[in-house]
Design a protein around this ligand. Structure first.
Ligand SMILES: Cc1cc2nc3c(=O)[nH]c(=O)nc-3n(C[C@H](O)[C@H](O)[C@H](O)COP(=O)(O)OP(=O)(O)OC[C@H]3O[C@@H](n4cnc5c(N)ncnc54)[C@H](O)[C@@H]3O)c2cc1C
Length: 372
């Protein structure tokens, strides 16, 4: 027995990946909790693009608020708290404590909980450009994701800030959207190879090595609280007008807790997972941006669904395999009457009945019934 809260599934990270895993786990009948410290990439999205049925007037933060509400509607728990450590609990085959597989203890800033399965959905951090005044235009002319925002900048004057291979490739890729692309080195030495250099020379991208000293707002955009970028000022005193651009300084995966637990990483620092989104540590899963560079909301959501389904298969007893049935037939009548069904606890089944009697969750149209 433990005096801590016990969950079947604990998800670390309340972005699209973690909340989707938690929603699946909850609606598949598992006692589930999400821990979310403030921040994350979803919270920086001012307009969510490429998400079917979701208006671009919706921000990443609004989407997460609705998703938490949806999760709680079905009985999942949400803790606005940072997880500080995850450790594996010792189980002992002699006292039967290992029959359900691995167990974990999570310490957050304000709580301690135990879990049978852990999901890392911790995302990554974009490295910001070192240009004064620029960061306030995040989502309003300063972007990090070509596939999300190239369309927004189509046919405009565009900058790419950076000096790496990926900065050079994003600059050349932007030529699919506009003829006016500057690659701003900000007084740093290029780090791309000779082949990329040859490509760049053959593409109409202006490579500018002068330092970038400041950013200014577009005075024609009336919204003072959320101004759009007007351009950048360079160290030689010139001002270059831009509709917007991308900062390409790489990212840092939030994989420290997973590493401490023994999860293998890929060469680039992402958490390595298999097709079911399980890591190299039994009972530990990882989803979303922390597992790859395909940083898209829909892909994070898809990862979350994969993990949710895999967790369910891993945790629930039915259907029994023929080997399990044969083993149980050895000391039973063999007609199935000895199987203990249903396979989930009484309080979880009661929750399913309760939700069935409520109105359907309204999704983005408003709060859940009874939660107005
Ligand atoms: C400016 C910007 C605009 C974007 N626009 C779009 C777009 O229009 N369309 C699109 O498809 N994609 C867009 N993206 C990409 C999209 O936001 C990400 O791909 C998506 O948010 C990834 O989801 P995730 O759940 O994996 O990670 P995140 O959204 O980063 O969530 C991870 C969460 O884990 C939490 N966390 C980390 N460590 C801990 C801990 N120890 N304890 C508790 N919580 C923890 C963080 O606080 C964070 O909230 C954009 C990204 C940025 C930065």
């Amino acid at each position: 027995m433990t005096d801590h809260l016990e969950y079947e599934v604990v998800v670390i990270g309340g972005g699209p990946a973690g909340l989707t895993t938690a929603l699946y786990a909850t609606r598949l009948g598992h006692r589930t909790a999400v821990f979310e410290k403030e921040g994350g990439r979803h919270a920086r999205v001012s307009h969510v693009h490429n998400l079917l049925g979701v208006s671009e007037n919706v921000s990443g933060e609004q989407l997460a608020i609705h998703a938490v509400d949806q999760l709680e509607h079905y009985g999942g728990d949400f803790f606005p708290d940072a997880v500080e450590s995850v450790s594996r609990l010792e189980t002992d085959p002699d006292d039967g404590s290992d029959t359900d597989g691995p167990r974990f203890r999570l310490e957050s800033t304000h709580a301690t909980v135990d879990a049978r399965r852990v999901v890392f959905a911790t995302g990554f951090r974009d490295r910001s450009p070192d240009v004064p005044e620029l960061e306030r235009f995040t989502g309003r002319g300063l972007h990090y994701c070509l596939h999300c925002d190239a369309y927004t900048l189509g046919d405009g004057s565009v900058f790419v800030l950076g000096h790496t291979e990926s900065a050079a490739h994003v600059a050349m890729s932007m030529l699919n959207f506009t003829a006016d692309v500057d690659l701003l080195l900000d007084d740093r030495e290029p780090e791309w190879d000779e082949e990329t250099q040859r490509q760049l020379e053959a593409h109409p991208v202006d490579v500018i090595d002068t330092a970038v000293v400041s950013a200014y707002a577009d005075e024609h955009v009336a919204d003072d609280e959320r101004p759009w970028i007007g351009g950048l000022e360079l160290a030689d005193g010139t001002q270059r007008e831009y509709l917007g651009g991308f900062a390409m300084y790489g990212s840092a995966y939030n994989a420290d807790l997973a590493t401490e637990l023994g999860c293998e990483l890929r060469e680039d620092g992402a958490i390595a997972v298999d097709e079911a989104r399980e890591t190299s540590v039994d009972g530990v899963y990882a989803v979303g941006d922390v597992t790859h560079g395909q940083n898209q909301t829909t892909i994070a959501i898809g990862d979350g669904a994969y993990a949710g389904l895999a967790l369910h298969k891993d945790l629930r007893p039915f259907p029994k395999s023929t080997a399990e049935l044969e083993a149980s037939e050895a000391d039973s009548s063999g007609d199935g009457d000895d199987l203990e069904v249903p396979g989930s606890a009484a309080d979880l089944r009661a929750q399913m009945r309760r939700v069935r009697e409520l109105e359907t969750h309204p999704g983005l149209r408003g709060p859940s019934p009874g939660r107005e």
